[in-house]
Design a protein around this ligand. Structure first.
Ligand code: ATP
Ligand code: MG
Length: 657
């Protein structure tokens, strides 16, 4: 990739150094970088000792002799659930709130303390054991964002049974394939769920999926909506019948540091999801370390909200394992932003005095589109730190987030990581780093990454290439479930000795990192490499645009041509004429891109749309847009959030041609 890459991101001049006041109270100190650089393994060993409780100490920090298969904290023994729950109760923190749960219906609320959580988890662990689930049996969890979901995960962890969460919006088909791949013996689900103010069934999908899954022995059903459901007496059991009668005492046995903790399938943005598996000691260490340092968590006073779904890796690491290991107080929110409830988030932040908010660029851009009326009457002054994850954040969205939500003074941390990395890898440290809008900045202390060219050589500052991780890290995936060859092939074969992340990135003149999107999405227009992220950010910097997706479609003369799909801001929609090819607005946007990046980057086509195809985790699925732009049948849509979006876009395409 690209000495000749054109760039607008690298012209970004705005800088946000930490305030003295923030730095004075910050968890992270600049010395972390030096300490980690001096002796990386000793650094991680110290983190593992300080952040976790081990029943048996480890003998060795890292065993990399069987690379790329890593072992961290070799010989150590611990229980993940004990680290998340019991030890805090033993330390006298039983009355601290673990979760403020807010359901989708406004009246549904629960406050769950660490002592409550301990009782609930013990009962659930006893229940699973009564079903014959023991160490290494896998359990599928297909539940919405309710307390039982977290309880089920922790109960599995407590007995050494790897869990696999399947997002509660996925089809029966998607559920069945994950059950089969993970070899699950039990499925935990609910009768139905509340979403966007309406109720949706869940149990029928499970019935359909389990009919194709001979390995499933029991289906445990949480009563959530109270709707009528089909029932198989020999297989189905109500959660309240099974769990509530169990003893709330349960002894947590210890497991090896490398005990599998969970399997989780990637989002499927680039193709068929991969079953990534994580183990215990290293994963928990990096989750706790990053949670404390990147979000500046002071567990005794912060109310922290990671607004992801627990069915994504972000939910695993930053709603469950990271915050609980650190004894933090979190929000667990069942709802998702939707036009009918634009101010629910702001109300909740005001009501619970949330101090730390972690969300995705897609959500930030949705709120940008809606405008600021939604904020009226809600006091957001409790917020003191904002985080972003999931996609590159466009500089304009970053600034909007900081100014409009963060009062112009909250530090913003753009965190790069993946299901595979298990925890945050690249991010500013609040109180330490002077941030640049749109840049994830540097590898965290203890993590080593680089940007390399086609031959695997590091590129100089000011150039772009492939993002790689250059040494093993504690929360790294231990493999693709049941498929060691795919693990080697996907991540370790492209550049020998380096972990290939699949993302493009650039180092600026200071060596700071700018993520450029998927390597597969990079376009080649008349010999110029163009990144989707750069053109999208140029479009989003236009005052009328809220969100943009760019793809390269094959073109006989230029190799590829740039096609853009844009969503307008609310104010602009009202003014717009019927925008299609040739309309004034489209011309204006094309000129804007030419001015920001260069004429070569000018989109050949710009289609104004009302929605973009996204995964359930909110990432834009560019490969589907490419299918439309190249006029062929669209690919795997099993992880698409809303299947009608593609029809709308196709129709729009047809009417403008
Ligand atoms: P699949 O691997 O199945 O295609 P996916 O990569 O979308 O799915 P995830 O593991 O959920 O599945 O997402 C990780 C990816 O998200 C990263 O590889 C990167 O492309 C993107 N990403 C996450 N955080 C950031 C960030 N802060 N900046 C830029 N990109 C990010
Ligand atoms: Mg991926």
């Amino acid at each position: 990739m690209s000495q000749e890459t054109l760039s607008n991101l690298l012209h970004e001049q705005r800088r946000f150094p930490p305030s003295e006041e923030f730095a004075a109270q910050a968890v992270a100190k600049p010395s972390l970088y030096e300490e980690a650089a001096a002796d990386r393994e000793a650094f991680w060993g110290r983190q593992a000792h300080e952040l976790l409780t081990w029943s048996k100490d480890f003998d060795q920090v890292l065993d990399w002799t069987d690379a790329p298969f890593a072992k961290w904290f070799v010989g150590g023994r611990l229980n993940a659930c004990y680290n998340c729950v019991d030890r805090h109760v033993e330390a006298g923190l039983g009355d601290r709130v673990a979760y403020y749960w807010q359901g989708d219906p406004e009246g549904d609320k629960r406050t769950i303390t660490y002592a409550d959580l301990q009782r609930m988890v013990c009962q659930a662990a006893n229940a699973l054991e009564s079903l014959g689930i023991h160490q290494d049996d896998t359990v599928a969890i297909y539940l919405p964002m309710i307390p039982e979901t977290v309880v089920a995960m922790l109960a599995c962890a407590r007995i050494g049974a790897p869990h696999t969460l399947v997002f509660a919006g996925f089809s029966a088909e998607a559920l069945a394939s994950r059950i089969a791949d993970a070899d699950a013996r039990v499925v935990i689900t609910a009768d139905g769920q509340f979403r966007r103010g309406t109720r949706a069934p869940l149990k029928p999908q499970v019935d359909e999926a389990v009919a194709k899954s001979p390995g499933v022995e029991k289906v445990v059903v949480v009563r959530r909506t109270g709707d009528e459901i089909a029932w198989d007496e020999s297989r189905d059991v109500w959660w309240h019948d099974l769990v509530d009668q169990q003893s709330d005492q349960h002894e947590a046995h210890d497991f090896d540091s490398e005990q599998p903790l969970y399997i989780l399938y990637t989002s499927g943005t680039t193709g068929k999801p991969k079953g990534i598996f994580h183990t215990t000691g290293g994963y928990l260490t990096q989750c706790a370390y990053t949670h404390r340092n990147v979000f500046d968590v002071h567990p005794e006073r912060d109310v922290y909200w990671c607004a992801a779904d627990v069915g994504w890796v972000t939910g695993h690491s930053y709603i469950v394992y990271g915050p609980l290991t650190n004894a933090a107080t979190s929000i667990l929110y069942e709802g998702v932003p939707h036009p009918g409830a634009q101010d629910r988030w702001w109300k909740l932040i005001d009501e619970r005095k949330v101090s730390i908010l972690y969300t995705a660029p897609t959500t930030i851009r949705t709120y940008m589109k809606w405008g600021t009326d939604m904020l009226q009457g809600h006091d957001l002054s409790s917020l003191r730190l904002l985080g972003s994850v999931g996609e590159p954040i466009n500089p304009e969205a970053w600034i909007w987030y900081r100014d409009t939500i963060g009062g112009g003074w909250c530090p913003v941390v753009d965190t790069w990581w993946q299901t595979e990395t298990g925890a945050i890898m690249v991010s500013p440290l609040p109180g330490v780093t002077a941030t640049k809008p749109g840049s994830a900045m540097r590898a965290l202390p203890g993590i080593t990454v680089d940007v390399v060219d086609d031959t695997g050589q590091p590129v100089p500052n000011g150039s772009g290439g492939y993002l790689v991780v250059t040494s093993p890290w504690p929360a790294m995936l231990r493999g693709v479930w049941g498929d060691p060859e795919r693990y080697r092939e996907t991540y370790w074969s492209r550049f020998p000795g380096l972990y290939f992340a699949g993302d493009g990135a650039k180092k600026d003149e200071d060596g700071d990192l700018w993520l450029l999107g998927r390597v597969d999405d990079v376009m080649n227009v008349s010999g110029h490499r163009l990144s989707t992220t750069e053109i999208e950010s140029a479009l989003v910097s236009h005052p009328k645009v809220a969100e943009a997706a760019v793809v390269g479609a094959n073109d006989p003369t230029t190799g590829q041509m740039v096609c853009a799909f844009v969503i307008l801001r609310q104010e602009a929609i009202q003014e717009a004429d019927e925008p299609g090819e040739g309309s004034e607005l489209v011309a204006e946007l094309r000129d804007h891109v030419a001015k920001e990046i260069g004429p070569i980057a000018k989109p050949r086509e710009i289609l104004v749309v009302s929605e973009l195809p996204k995964t359930r985790s909110g990432k834009i699925m560019r490969r589907l847009l490419r299918d439309v732009a190249e006029d062929r049948a669209i690919g795997d849509v099993t992880t698409l959030a809303d299947s009608t979006v593609m029809d709308q876009i196709r129709q729009r395409m047809a009417t403008t041609h």
